[in-house]
Ligand binder design. Structure first.
Ligand SMILES: C[S@@+](CC[C@H](N)C(=O)[O-])C[C@H]1O[C@@H](n2cnc3c(N)ncnc32)[C@H](O)[C@@H]1O
Length: 321
């Protein structure tokens, strides 16, 4: 396939992915076509691509897995649309191009390419952060293939959860470095690190990630919320930053009582608002799968102490009292 043909296909898929309708006939073919276009051109099926990189604040998933994220239809649609809408929102206020800091691009910077297909480089510029050198190598080839150099200010190979931001001239930060219930991957550490160094007007996407303790009773598929454990948004990020000296992020703990009967199971439920109009709720993506909470007591009042913590495997530490 020729360069022009590649770009033509990418433009068409981008239009369909950014279509404001949530469900439409062209959405799944567009997301799958987008993934196929990139997978056909770049061989990712090597064993190195499947190895995760362990960081101080969680796992950075291997190149192959990061690439596969594109195929999560609603995830790719909602994140890309939120980014596009936010860029258009800032563009109206800015004199120069909107500057997006994209942390954790994977090999394809999949959330950014559709926006590049819609706007000229005079309107939007990207700085890319990625920890995995193999992903960066492929990303550079993707930029070549689609002739996107004019959109890319910088590419840094770094751990975005520790990176020192060299310039405050950033309008939007986007990152999708998360797993269900904010376990295992470094989303929270990355956002806190970047927010702690940037002006308060910067837009952070997702705008809000909520994790709640809930229960499912018997065969019901409708979780009942027991308590909200974290509402990770701009306000709570700045509260955490204010309470945490030297970027050692502290999270409040919570004592929670849950009344359970024998056929109840406790879970953590994740709800994401990337921006107004772009949400991901229960089972809409792998990020919203329920995470089982194991407790010893099977019946009656269960007393739990729950606190989010960051280390090699971030997540909620749950102590049963
Ligand atoms: C879930 S994938 C998402 C890939 C792509 N952005 C997408 O949405 O399709 C997350 C990416 O973030 C990268 N990553 C994870 N932790 C990171 C960190 N601390 N610093 C920089 N990159 C990181 C991983 O290597 C991986 O490529």
């Amino acid at each position: 396939m020729k360069k022009a043909e590649f770009k033509e296909r990418l433009s068409q898929y981008s239009l369909d992915i950014l279509n404001p309708e949530n469900f439409h006939d062209k959405l799944a073919p567009a997301v799958m076509g987008y993934a196929d276009l990139l997978f056909e051109e770049f061989d990712l099926d090597s064993s190195a691509g499947r190895t995760h990189i362990q960081t101080l604040n969680g796992n950075a998933i291997g190149t192959f897995w990061a690439a596969k994220c594109i195929r999560e239809i609603f995830r790719t649609q909602r994140f890309s649309r939120a980014l596009y809408a936010s860029v258009l929102g800032v563009k109206d206020e800015n004199r120069g191009p909107v500057h997006v800091l994209y942390a954790g691009t994977g090999p394809f910077a999949a959330l950014a390419l559709p926006i590049m297909m819609m706007l000229p480089p005079e309107d939007v510029q990207f700085t890319f952060l990625e920890i995995n050198p193999e992903s960066i190598e492929i990303l550079e080839r993707v930029i070549d293939l689609f002739d996107l150099h004019a959109y890319v200010k910088n590419i840094h190979q770094c751990d975005a959860s520790l990176w020192d931001v060299p310039s405050s001239e950033i309008d939007i930060v986007i990152s999708e470095t998360m797993c269900r219930a904010l376990v295992a991957e470094p989303q929270v550490a990355i956002m806190l690190n970047l927010a702690s160094q940037l002006p308060k007007e910067v837009v952070f996407l997702p705008e809000e990630i909520k994790v709640s303790l809930c229960k499912l009773s018997g065969n019901s598929r409708e979780p009942q919320r027991i308590a909200e454990l974290i509402n990770f948004n701009k306000a709570s990020m700045y509260a955490i930053i204010g309470n945490s000296p030297m970027r050692n992020w502290n999270f409040d703990d919570q004592d929670i009582q849950a009344n359970v009967s024998e056929d109840d199971q406790l879970y953590l439920m994740t709800e994401i608002r990337i921006n107004e109009g772009n949400t991901l709720d229960l089972e809409e993506s792998s990020l919203n799968l329920l995470e089982k909470v194991k407790v010893k007591k099977r019946q009656g009042m269960v007393n739990l102490n729950i606190q989010y913590s960051l280390d090699k495997r971030p997540g909620f530490k749950i102590i049963e009292r």
